[in-house]
Structures are given as structure tokens and as C-alpha cells.
Design a protein around this ligand. Structure first.
Ligand code: GTP
Ligand code: ZN
Length: 221
């Protein structure tokens, strides 16, 4: 993710439109040099659209804003899992299913850089270990705030939890509305995609999987 400032390409890019690294905040994920490259790219897009079609005052700082925006929207690349978890793994005797549902997420599709968003639902069957409740949405965000396809994001959340908690089973169901199929392309108003990743007993045992799915179906729970 981080640009190499020593390459001549980089030097040409930052100087061509006048966006110097120093103009940017220090950065959450992207360093200042990378943000300057992004700003230069956005400037090229604006130039291609043509100054006659743009409001010069409104768009003057747009390249800088977009670069800062990507820094925020791609922050999932720079999360340190250790720091995210902050030791919140607890030994317990509890051995029934844990479900955390309706976790909202916002991601960007890697094909068009347009948002996709919706809800992620997570369930696991612990084996003497549970994770702090708030850490599950944090884990969802860590994978959502990257360039993604929904299937990979779903799998990554499940695999991460599986390695972390070593449960008897884990399941992740994600619902997503993709703006690249809503506002362009096929232009369908509400095409929702559902993806799932089941592991361990949630994959092997139909009754366990049904229990999880029943939790997702029940609107009052
Ligand atoms: N499976 C999957 N496909 C996705 C996701 N996000 C976007 N896509 C699809 O990725 C595909 C890219 O297809 P292309 O034909 O290369 O791109 P395109 O010409 O813009 O395609 P259209 O969207 O059909 O106009 C499209 O079918 C998108 O709907 C995702 O998370 N998962
Ligand atoms: Zn897309």
C-alpha cells in the first residue's frame, strides 16, 4: 500500500499536479507520499472531465479530500490484530452458541471502487474461549475497510475468528447491496447479495447450522 518515494514515477506524479506530500495529514493507513499520488490521480480525472464542466471553487480541494477519504476507507489494511483485540479473549465454561447479528459494515468493491454495504451476522460455538463482544464488529470493520469482494470478506472474517477463538464451529453470513449494480451497469434497485462461510460444526452439523440460521431469521431476537 505504501508508495516508494525514491522512484522517478513517484517524483513525476507528485510534481505534475503540485500535490506535495506535506499537504496531507500524517495518515491512518496511507502515508503522505501515497496520498499525494492518489490526489494527483484524482486531479487527472478532474482534468479529463474538463474545467468547463466543473465549479473551480468547489473542486479545488477535491483531490486532497478524496486522498484523505481513501486513507479512512482503507484503514482496514493497517489494523494491528493484537491491538484490536487488546487481550479480550476470555476462558469460560459456557459452551452454547454465541450470535452477534446485524453488524453494519461499509466496504468498497475492488472492481469499481464503489461502496457496498449491509449487515454481517456472526455465530460461533465456543470451546472454552470467547472473544469480547465489541471485538466482533471491529473484526468485521478491519476486513470491510479494504478493497473487497463480498465473498472474500465473508471468508476472511470467518477464518480470522476460527484461528483466534478456536471454536467448535463458526459461521458468518453477510448481506450486501453493491452500488456498482444499483447506480450503474445493470441498475437494479435493491439487488442484495448473501454470502456465507461456515466452519467446523456449523459446516458439518445441520442442526447446529439451523440453530444459527434460526437466530438470523427471528426478528425479535
Ligand atoms: N462475485 C462478486 N462480484 C462482484 C462483487 N462486487 C462487484 N462484482 C461484480 O464484478 C463484476 C465485474 O465484471 P466486469 O464485466 O469485469 O465489469 P463491468 O463491465 O463493469 O460489468 P457490469 O457491472 O456487468 O457492467 C460485475 O459483474 C460486478 O457486479 C462482489 O463482491 N462479488
Ligand atoms: Zn463493483
Amino acid at each position: 500500500m505504501v508508495a516508494d518515494p525514491s522512484t522517478s514515477d513517484y517524483t513525476n506524479l507528485v510534481t505534475s499536479n503540485g500535490y506535495e506530500p506535506a499537504m496531507f495529514d500524517p495518515g491512518v493507513t496511507l502515508n503522505r507520499a501515497t496520498k499525494a499520488r492518489i490526489a494527483d490521480g484524482i486531479n487527472e480525472i478532474l482534468k479529463a472531465i474538463g474545467s468547463e464542466n466543473l465549479d473551480p471553487q468547489g473542486t479545488e480541494r477535491t483531490p486532497l479530500r478524496v486522498a484523505e477519504m481513501f486513507d479512512e476507507l482503507l484503514s482496514g489494511y493497517s489494523i494491528d490484530p493484537e491491538q484490536l483485540l487488546n487481550g479480550a479473549l476470555f476462558d469460560v465454561e459456557y459452551d452454547q452458541m454465541v450470535v452477534v447479528k446485524s453488524i453494519e459494515y461499509y466496504s468498497l468493491c475492488e472492481h469499481h471502487l464503489l461502496p457496498f454495504y449491509g449487515y454481517a451476522h456472526v455465530g460461533y460455538l465456543p470451546d472454552k474461549k470467547v472473544v469480547g463482544l465489541s471485538k466482533i464488529p471491529r473484526i468485521v470493520d478491519m476486513f470491510a475497510r479494504r478493497l473487497q469482494v463480498q465473498e472474500r470478506m465473508t471468508q476472511e472474517i470467518a477464518s480470522f475468528l476460527n484461528t483466534l477463538i478456536e471454536p467448535r464451529g463458526v459461521g458468518v453470513v453477510v448481506e450486501g447491496t453493491h452500488m456498482c449494480t444499483v447506480m450503474r451497469g445493470v441498475r437494479k434497485q435493491d439487488p442484495r447479495m448473501i454470502t456465507s462461510a461456515m466452519m467446523g460444526s456449523l459446516l458439518d452439523n445441520p442442526a447446529t447450522r439451523d440453530e444459527f440460521m434460526e437466530h438470523l431469521r427471528n426478528p425479535t431476537l
